[in-house]
Design a protein around this ligand. Sequence first.
Ligand SMILES: Nc1ncnc2c1ncn2[C@@H]1O[C@H](COP(=O)(O)OP(=O)(O)O)[C@@H](O)[C@H]1O
Ligand SMILES: [Mg+2]
Length: 236
Amino acid sequence: MLELDALTVRFGGLTAVDAVTLTAGRDEVLGLVGPNGAGKTTLFNAVSGLVRPTGGRIRFESDNLLNAPLHRRARMGIGRTFQIPQPLHELTVRENLVVAQRFGTGRVDDERIAEVLDFTGLAGRAGRNAAAELALTELKALEIAKALCTDPRLLLLDEVLAGLETSAKRRFMHMLADLHKRFSVGILIIEHDIDIISQLCDRVAALDFGKLIALGTAAEVFRDPEVVRSYTGGTA
Ligand SMILES: Nc1ncnc2c1ncn2[C@@H]1O[C@H](COP(=O)(O)OP(=O)(O)O)[C@@H](O)[C@H]1O
Ligand SMILES: [Mg+2]
């Protein structure tokens, strides 16, 4: 279980994440929504260790994460994807997974890699160059595969479905729902598509200007007046 307690991240005078208190369980898919600049990616960065919080606490499975280095968080079971897919460009798909696994778990598990390649539909592309020979959908699948092969307990997915057409989005949504069950991994997902969030997520958290403004089911959150206002710039 991930527990954020008054988590705050400031960049100079800007408060990107403002005293957010939130838990995410391994048994749930939690959606994180909010307009551009709301602080969603920064919250992920604080959890995965890429930015240092200014205040508050982060606990994972009861351990204090606040000062844990990046690789330790990965080894504790926190996996993530990035808003822009980041394959290692000189390497093949399989080599990308080997590198991700070495970083994430400290060892290479060929069986797990084979299982993940198969699950993400990349088995036939394992020997291809990751940067030059993959289509966008395959790059997205590789981002998920890289995170998954580190045996995570919690996956942070940052707009991993953005830029996909509707049918591909739906396929990925089903893949994520399967992955949640099959690998017993909790999911925290940033996504703008309300239909996808509504179908995939057990709960939804809405951020605006770094503050948690609503938390509940998708139906509750998307009809919350403050959430509606946050998306329409205060004119609704
Ligand atoms: N490294 C950084 N340095 C300074 N400002 C940043 C940095 N990262 C993000 N920000 C600012 O923090 C706010 C939240 O950004 P971000 O977390 O990327 O929002 P979201 O992912 O919700 O679109 C924005 O105003 C953004 O410009
Ligand atoms: Mg973002």
